[in-house]
Structures are given as C-alpha cells and as structure tokens.
Design a protein around this ligand. Structure first.
Ligand SMILES: [Zn+2]
Length: 132
C-alpha cells in the first residue's frame, strides 16, 4: 500500500517535470535550426509576436485552456506541441508510477532514456517530408 502511494507521489512530481522538459525541447528544436537564441526573445507567438504570459506557458494545460489557439491573434497552435509535451511527461512519470519506489534507478533510467530517445528521434526527423 505504501509502495503504491510512493509510486503515485513520485509520478505526480515527474509527470509535470517531464512535460516542462518536453516544452523546453520543443523550444530547442524550434529555435536552434533557425539560428535563434533559446533565451531571447522570450516565448512568443510567431504570427503576431504576442509575448506569452506565465499562464500561457503551462505545458498541455495552456493549450487546452486556449483551445489550441494564440490568445492574441487566434492563430492555431499545432496539436503536436501538447501531444509531445504529454508524451514527455508520461515518458518520465510512467516508469516511476509502475516501479519507482522499489527500483528508483531503473525507473529514472528508463524514464530519462525514453525522454531522450523520443526527443532525439524528433530532432532527427524534424523538417523531413512525411511519406504520403
Ligand atoms: Zn498570435
């Protein structure tokens, strides 16, 4: 019983951490190929340059709250963004939810490994045309 609680508490911490890391990797893969800085300008809409406020920066939740659109200009935000953030959260949180407290190093190793594999694969395939 205590193990289940421990696993759930750890996963409740790692899930949002994974989503935040996913959000950061999203920025990295968006900006670096364009030769842009990761730090400046702060997160903004590419269409209207609206600078995102803190409540527009919460992974997955902000997308849902804004119904997938820029709050300022109503430009749609790609569905892939919250999907990849969610996958990142699950990659880090799920192994801990299953075996975290019994095997913490295994859970973290698998979680970090899955996160890195996912984002390296994303970076390697980004910008390539998808097969019809
Ligand atoms: Zn906008």
């Amino acid at each position: 019983m205590l193990d289940i609680l421990c696993n759930l508490l750890g996963a409740a911490f790692l899930l949002p951490l994974g989503m935040a890391l996913g959000s950061f990797f999203e920025v990295v893969l968006d900006r670096l190929p364009r030769g842009e800085s990761l730090l400046w300008p702060p997160s903004h809409c590419r269409t209207c340059k609206h600078r995102l406020t803190p409540d527009e920066l919460v992974p997955v939740i902000s997308y849902l709250a804004q119904r997938g659109r820029c709050r300022s200009c109503d430009t749609p935000i790609g569905r892939g963004v919250p999907l990849r953030e969610g996958v990142s959260g699950l990659a880090l949180g799920l192994p801990w939810a299953i075996v975290g407290c019994a095997h913490p190093f295994v859970a973290l190793g698998v979680g970090i490994g899955a996160l890195l594999v996912f984002w390296i694969a994303r970076g390697a395939t980004q910008g390539r045309p998808t097969p019809a």
